[in-house]
Ligand binder design. Structure first.
Ligand code: FES
Ligand SMILES: [Fe+2]
Length: 349
């Protein structure tokens, strides 16, 4: 029977999309250069001169606090000949201006062009030399950027997400940014998102979930540009993720946002190329800090991550083999993956 005719099984995106360089180039243009992308947390950007420099799908971005206390995002690219201006993952500039290390063009922290060696400012079109602005949006201290000059403002583009998060009443303000973990793996970024968007694999890959959750009841509700995951806990569960129901979100295209009782974390799924992905976790723990519970929670996430990386790397190899054209999704248990694929298909159409 043809794949399309099986009512309970629906086709995935083609296997080729998980490794072809031209597809990756299109995703950078059509998804990563157009969507709101999680970039940083406001905890790193409190005082004038604070900055964060990050790279998302190969786009180099800086978020900077100006002398006026306003946060702005820019392409981290000197207008002269393209050198990066803000170096390291984060830092603070006390002088009020950033000088390019290549030839010394200097810019204010608001992105205005200040000076260039051996050139008279009066003779230059300073407006054309301003740093290129990038859109910036915020959700409870989580900062999102958008590279498209045509992008809708964050609050309008993500109105449904903002509304649902507000209704969930998760107390983000009680949590403090305490730990970061970075991992890289040899798999396409979508292979990771696919796994994040379902718990069909939980009984087999993550025995730890079996213990505490009634996985038969795992549900994914797809909304406008995000999905809400939920699952009933077993009675008497002593999971390191705490006792309450939690709020587990995935935000298109590449952010996991699980909010548990002891901790919430952002999981940025950041493509480094068609077959390599960096996972950046930023953990925010509830105050006052419970040190043993914190350690236990980090260990729990590390174990689940190890399990997911190893299956994603094995799957990636087969997707690249040429022996497999496309897969099948269980329409009921993998509806989150189907939704993600529908968004990718639409973006690349
Ligand atoms: S590239 Fe920045 S000053 Fe030349
Ligand atoms: Fe998993």
């Amino acid at each position: 029977m043809a794949v399309q005719e099986q009512a309970r099984l629906v086709p995935t995106i083609p296997a080729e999309w998980y490794h072809a360089p031209d597809i990756y180039a299109r995703e950078r243009r059509e998804i990563f250069a157009k969507e709101w992308l999680y970039a940083a947390h406001a905890d790193d950007l409190k005082l004038p001169g604070d900055y964060v420099a990050t790279e998302i799908a190969g786009y180099s971005i800086a978020i900077v606090v100006g002398k006026d206390g306003v946060r702005r995002a820019f392409h981290n690219i000197c207008r002269h000949r393209g050198a990066p201006l803000f170096t390291g993952a984060s830092g603070r500039i006390d002088s009020g201006a950033v000088a390019c290390k290549y030839h010394g063009f200097t810019y204010g922290l608001d992105g205005e062009f200040h000076s260039a060696p051996y050139l008279k400012k009066e003779e230059l079109d300073c407006a054309a030399l301003r740093l290129q602005r990038v859109g910036l949006g915020e959700l409870h201290g989580m900062l999102f950027v958008n590279l498209s000059p045509e992008a809708k403002p964050f609050d309008a583009a993500r109105a449904e997400l903002l509304g649902d998060v507000a209704r969930a009443k998760y107390p983000f303000e009680r949590y403090v940014h305490r730990a970061r973990v970075e991992r890289t793996g040899r798999f396409n970024w979508k292979a990771w998102v696919d796994g994040y968007q379902e718990c069909y694999h939980c009984p087999t890959i993550h025995p730890i979930f079996n213990k505490d959750f009634n996985l038969r009841e795992y549900k994914v509700a797809n909304r406008d540009g995000f999905s809400i995951h939920s699952c009933e806990r077993k009675a008497g569960s002593a999971s390191p993720s705490g006792a309450h129901e939690g709020l587990w979100l995935w935000v298109y295209p590449n952010l996991g946002l699980p909010c548990y009782e002891p901790c919430y974390y952002t999981l940025q799924v950041n493509p480094l190329g068609p077959g390599e992905t960096r996972l950046s976790y930023h953990f925010h723990f509830k105050e006052p800090l419970d040190a043993p519970a914190t350690k236990e929670f980090l260990r729990f996430v590390e174990q689940v991550t190890d399990e997911d990386i190893s299956i994603c790397e094995a799957v990636q190899k087969n997707l690249e083999s040429g022996a497999y054209a496309a897969g099948l999704l269980n329409a009921e248990r993998e509806n989150g993956v189907a939704y993600f694929h529908s968004r990718v298909r639409r973006a690349l159409a």
